[in-house]
Write a protein that binds this ligand. Sequence first.
Ligand SMILES: NC(=O)c1ccc[n+]([C@@H]2O[C@H](COP(=O)([O-])OP(=O)(O)OC[C@H]3O[C@@H](n4cnc5c(N)ncnc54)[C@H](OP(=O)(O)O)[C@@H]3O)[C@@H](O)[C@H]2O)c1
Length: 258
Amino acid sequence: MSPSALIDLSGKVALVSGASKGIGAAIAQLFAAAGADLVLFSRNMSPEATQAAFSAAYGKVPLAFRADVSDANAVAQVVERAAAHFGHIDILVNNAAANVTAPLLETTDAQWWSALNANLIAAARLSALCAPYMQARRWGRIINISSNLGVFALANKGAYSASKAALLQLTRNLALELGEYGILVNALAVGAINTDAEADDGRPARDYDAIARTIILKRLGTAQEVARVALFFASELSAFITGQALFVDGGASVWFPA
Ligand SMILES: NC(=O)c1ccc[n+]([C@@H]2O[C@H](COP(=O)([O-])OP(=O)(O)OC[C@H]3O[C@@H](n4cnc5c(N)ncnc54)[C@H](OP(=O)(O)O)[C@@H]3O)[C@@H](O)[C@H]2O)c1
């Protein structure tokens, strides 16, 4: 197979949660460029604007919805409408997440449920909803966007970290249950990526210089760099890999900053 054929997603339908901006939007754009048909949603996505933008850039109209990934009924409707429209769903990217920040001893039940619902249970539910379509064609890819905080501790990120760690384990168990159907399940353990909006006063949302010093490559990553790894897992390049987590963090997870 030629290198370009290995990353060709023509004929595949990819569903991406949280696709209105950041990493999810970059994945949607790269998958569209690779030829995939898309099903996209987020809480505040404008279906019309999204369809117009993708149609102009890639010549294909995606299905786009406004839906909360934690809302079981809304997500079931997204999958149902996607299957009715395209006839199949081949690739699922569980990207939408709740970025809960609080010291563990002060984390409320509502914050715990928010993290677990969006970051773990929603991914399991979407996987269960999409898997039958993948099983029917004996080919599928489930890509879970986790975090290097699923393995490492950072102050005030306990609930988020625990949910992302659970997502890494969900990846392994789903890989076990779905492998016999030709469905590969892998995760990205993403590090610091520059997707933050600036604050109202124009200041960056995070101290980029301080974060960059903790990364071997001395910079934050870009959403596009994460999307390329998602394409690797969506494509034939990764045909013999399942149940794995790939750290996409500029080396942050392999050293002790002095
Ligand atoms: N950026 C980083 O440094 C970093 C590091 C490690 C891991 N990650 C992971 O990467 C993924 C994407 O993060 P990002 O940085 O790209 O975030 P982002 O720029 O804030 O984008 C998040 C996307 O998810 C959507 N979203 C959020 N909550 C949702 C919900 N409940 N239901 C449906 N859609 C929802 C948002 O749109 P709406 O507001 O319209 O819903 C948006 O499209 C997440 O899983 C995150 O944990 C990011």
